[in-house]
Ligand binder design. Sequence first.
Ligand SMILES: Cc1cc2nc3c(=O)[nH]c(=O)nc-3n(C[C@H](O)[C@H](O)[C@H](O)COP(=O)(O)OP(=O)(O)OC[C@H]3O[C@@H](n4cnc5c(N)ncnc54)[C@H](O)[C@@H]3O)c2cc1C
Ligand code: SF4
Ligand code: SF4
Length: 828
Amino acid sequence: MTKIVIVGNGMVSYKLCEKLIEKNTSASITVIGEEPRPAYDRVHLSAYFEDENAEKLSMASRDWYKGNGINLITSEKVSLINREQQTITTHTNSTYSYDYLVLATGSSAFVPPIKGVDKKGVFVYRTIEDLELMMAYGKKAKSAAVLGGGLLGLEAAKAAIDMKLKTSVVEFAPRLMPRQIDEVGGDLLKSKMEGIGIDVLLGKATSEIVGDDVMTGLSFSDDTALNVDMLIISAGIRPRDELGKAADIKTAERGGFVVNSLMQTNDEKIFAIGECASYENMIYGLVAPGYDMAEVVAEQIANENKEYTFEGCDMSTKLKLIGVDVASFGDPFCENIPHFPITINDQQNGIYKRINISEDGSKLLGGILIGDAEDYNMLHQMFINEMALPPHPQDLIIKSTGDGGAAIGVDALPDTAQVCSCENVTKGDICCSIKDDGVTDINGIKKATKAGTGCGGCMPMVNNILEDTLQKMGTVIRKEICEHFTYTRQEMFDLIKVNEIKTYDELLAKYGQGGGCETCKPLVGSLLASIWNDLILKEATIQDTNDRFLANIQKGGSYSVVPRIAGGEITPDKLIVIGEVAKEFDLYTKITGGQRIDLFGAKLNDLPLIWERFIDAGFESGHAYGKSLRTVKSCVGSTWCRFGLHDSVGFAIEIENRYKGLRSPHKLKGGVSGCIRECAEARGKDFGVIATEKGWNLYVGGNGGANPKHAVLLAGDIDKETVIKYIDRYLMFYIKTAEPLQRTAPWLEKLEGGIEYLKQVVVEDSLGIGEQLESDMEVLKAHYSCEWKEAVKNPEIRKRFAHFSNTDQDDPTLKFKRERDQKFPVAW
Ligand SMILES: Cc1cc2nc3c(=O)[nH]c(=O)nc-3n(C[C@H](O)[C@H](O)[C@H](O)COP(=O)(O)OP(=O)(O)OC[C@H]3O[C@@H](n4cnc5c(N)ncnc54)[C@H](O)[C@@H]3O)c2cc1C
Ligand code: SF4
Ligand code: SF4
């Protein structure tokens, strides 16, 4: 019987076992791994922080190996290969002979030779044991630094901040993720990381880890220093090729066993797969290429098939951090390739997108998505399948920043498109499992095809294919939130409300499973806020970036301050206070389209001081940072205007004060005009009220932005009380039924029956829920309190606004210049 020995029991080793079993190999298989447990999902290692449940990360149990006749040996390190005798020896001196030897030894974290690196308090981020050590140490620590601002470094930094440590990322390069994103993207990513409370130090070469036995800080080559209690090193990976030297197995200059396209080393009986293999001088630090390599080896051993070869793999990636959408695919830079870049740099909403189009305009070469990576899967598919571009390629990124979604949908994908690259599952495979095998949900697809069971990055697209296929088959679709909550948004809304659930953890414990993800956490945050209107900072860790600091982060890394000026009406005294505060804190001031005054350029640690001044003067938060009511714009109306029919300013103030602080699936804007001339542009708003001879007309579902839409008439010639009643019902109905991040215009467009149906629900009360919707709104109104008022008087919350943990020093990276007598951020 052919004897196969596999060294290492990581993700790729497990995948090889699985493939060999699937291919009915008659060989005897021995797997030797040095870790104490069978292979586990390293990609989702950070989930261990949430529940310390190693079982949940496990790829397969010991029983699975046993049941399939595989001899699994753990806690045993292979220390020697004898090629002549075709044997390996372990550190306990056990010897095993092989016909085929597969090296799947992966890699270890690269630890740069910095002085002091062996001190207590220095960690790497690779195994469950690493995490356990970090967690134990973190309990006594107050601050942490992560060395390395790459994909893994940022993940480690997020883990540190979740451990409630004041966290800094130290990166040698002048920007974060220098291999995946460009300078503009890097700057935006920096502000996003700062937005979730992580300090970013760029261009810093660490010269020493200081302290006696225990580390106390870092010193840098530019003579600056950082006091910090612990350090997580994430400076890249080092392939585990140490077995190669004594056995004369060729290794590459940058490490890794040199392999050909059959994954053979210089000894054709010895294969190398996964992160320890160097193919054409490239180490693939991702799981999908490893799985592909495992398939190549399994085909040779089980089927003697030498036709299936490894041809390299695409390195597209998506960061999996809550609140920070970052992805890059194909060639993000196209440095020496003729191309046309198309970019969107929406600083206000923190979105940067870049796609590189081939010079002849025919295909996508690569791209970068920051702040909104929803279209990543589709763009990635267009890239790998070299699909034809739409007539206006800019639609691929522009539409989705507004409300429309990507210009092309999964429908356009060919059946051969490889949707899950980890498990090599095509769109056709997924469609077949739905059409032929009757699969109707995500778990069913995972079981039937294995799609999404590797790195999980393809799940949004698998979901879209499922919905698209079911819809075409005429099946009613349940849009479940994610794998942690098998409920629709509507069901979650009801569960929270009926069971009076007030926190994410409570909801997860009662109705969810696992540790949660970047889809369900912000969604639940938004639902809790919409239902209870409780202080948003109580659940800060599940909120979007801007909500954490109750401010919008701006170009250059400073923040904006926007006090509420209901209806655009302001007294001279309050105007003076704004001017005084702006002068004192050196803030740039601008009058906005929503008729209020934005103050830009605030430092994080100044925010509570600035707001203290405003609150003393009677201002409240303008909620410019939240998915909530922004402004109700008004014209001067009958008070001053010769044409005015009614008091539009007074009514706008009344409406704005009624709905201020109302949290919703997306931002809300309103407008009130004193006559049909529409100077307040009310029909460009989510709700607009226009005075008529007989009362007021109420319009709904309008918005400006990238896809402007005029609001449509919901009810005409109604009195003020009825206007309020209908807006209450309309907004509550929208809040209950809209998708996350769906504004009222696309919601109304997709609502079955459209405006006619909405009229039935709101005006005719066809569902008999009118009173309920109104009383729900009353509850929210009763719970309103100014978030900034609460924040400034709460010492715990105030602490979050310190830029550095141990000093009240400013962020030294903020840079400004003066123009037109005001302060401006220095160009990035
Ligand atoms: C925190 C984190 C997040 C990640 N996120 C992603 C992601 O989002 N997407 C993605 O594609 N990839 C991600 N990765 C990378 C991914 O986990 C790896 O590409 C994958 O695990 C590689 O699998 P492997 O089997 O080649 O190596 P490993 O998983 O490293 O397994 C190798 C095993 O061999 C053992 N071993 C080594 N030498 C010996 C010896 N001499 N004797 C016995 N045993 C030995 C090691 O102890 C180890 O258990 C992430 C990695 C980490 C750490
Ligand atoms: S239109 Fe809006 S997003 Fe665009 S630059 Fe102006 S403020 Fe920024
Ligand atoms: S909308 Fe009518 S009332 Fe209002 S300012 Fe314009 S003209 Fe005057």
